[in-house]
Design a protein around this ligand. Structure first.
Ligand SMILES: Cc1cc2nc3c(=O)[nH]c(=O)nc-3n(C[C@H](O)[C@H](O)[C@H](O)COP(=O)(O)O)c2cc1C
Length: 338
């Protein structure tokens, strides 16, 4: 059986070797320009108050890694970049730490990022094997503010030794939300439909992250890792799921009742601004943050985040929104001809 930490390393290497897709579903969205913004660009406030933290902009670094010495270096660099730019982040799956507590150090982002909004992370299917106390310890051991739980049935089915018994997961999430920390349920790349989101909302979760299929493609990635017939089957399923645009439209109705996070292929602040106009409260960057860090270094990652923040601010100016609340009210067109 494959070790969790080895698997994470291999996923990271394959993810970094894949090219970034050319287009994004949010390219179909046009924010309505306001030629009379009636605001001063210099007074635009991109900050948000969320989960007892104030972020300089509604941006998170998505859960990416943990469990290996290399992952420790990456998590610390991501943490320092999040701290320097005033945004939030999540560590990657803490499954390796549950299996071997000695690996806890690979997730200790808090020591370099004392004030940031920080989430722990675990797979929904793993929840069934651990008690609420164990999950609480997972969060408190790394001094996180809450936990992101990923729902990845299609990834597990393509993964060798994947855990494919998803029965009872919803009930386990319902039990988990009684812990004294916010629980966010997330998709990792197949988007999310309104039926799933409403079922999750009824459990009392604090937020929903809807990584659309526009971003990192886990079916392709696992198909490539596993090889053999799964490689060919992953070709059949590589377009599985909803785009980020479809997911945000599905969840628009409930966006006033919970924190929606938009993820999946987001690489600039204009896409982030569109996601917020479509109902998201936060947006996150995954593979692009990792790619920038590994290939160009920590300074380049800080520059990337600052560039995304500036693009967000420019988009806000263009629609006449002086703060994020006003951006959420911005009107838009959706053009299907793209
Ligand atoms: C190498 C790699 C490892 C990841 N590991 C995790 C993880 O441990 N837990 C999780 O919830 N999501 C994980 N993700 C998914 C990301 O958090 C994100 O949802 C997904 O990659 C889509 O965003 P992106 O297109 O910006 O990368 C990982 C992504 C990558 C690229």
């Amino acid at each position: 059986m494959e070790k969790t930490s080895d698997r994470k390393l291999e996923q990271l290497q394959i993810a970094l070797s894949h090219p970034f897709p050319a287009g994004h579903s949010l390219d179909k969205v046009t924010l309505t320009p306001r030629l009379l913004p009636e605001i001063d660009f210099d007074e635009i406030d991109t900050s948000v108050k969320i989960f007892d933290h104030t972020l300089s902009a509604p941006i998170l670094i998505a859960p990416l890694t943990g469990g290996t010495p290399e992952a420790e270096k990456i998590n610390l660099a991501l943490g320092r970049a999040a701290h320097a730019t005033g945004i939030g982040m999540s560590v990657g799956s803490q499954k390796a730490m549950l299996e071997n507590l000695n690996l806890m150090y690979t997730y200790q982002v808090r020591k370099v990022a004392p004030g940031i909004l920080l989430f722990g992370n675990i797979g929904a299917v793993d929840l069934k094997n651990y008690s609420n106390d164990e999950i609480e310890t997972l969060i408190s051991n790394i001094q996180a503010d809450g936990i992101m739980v990923h729902l990845n049935p299609m990834q597990e089915v393509f993964q060798e030794d994947g855990r494919t018994d998803f029965s009872g997961v919803l009930e386990r999430i319902r039990e988990l939300v009684s812990i004294p920390y916010p629980v966010i349920i997330r998709s990792i790349g197949c988007g999310m439909d309104s039926v799933t989101a409403k079922r999750l909302l009824q459990t009392g979760v604090a937020g929903i992250d809807v990584a659309g299929k526009d971003g990192t493609n886990w079916i392709e990635l696992e198909g490539e890792r596993r090889g053999g017939s799964y490689y060919y089957i992953s070709e059949t399923f590589k377009n599985w799921g909803l785009t980020l645009l479809q997911s945000l439209m599905e969840l628009k109705e409930i966006s006033q009742r919970t924190v929606i996070i938009a993820t999946g292929g987001i690489s600039n602040g204009l896409q982030g601004a569109k996601a917020i106009a479509l109902g998201a409260r936060l947006f996150s960057i995954g593979r692009i943050a990792l790619y920038t860090l590994i290939n160009h270094g920590e300074k380049a990652l800080v520059e990337l985040i600052e560039r995304i923040k500036l693009e967000l601010k420019i988009a806000m100016f263009g629609v006449g929104a002086k703060n994020i609340k006003e951006l959420q009210q911005a009107s838009f067109f959706i053009d299907d001809r793209h």
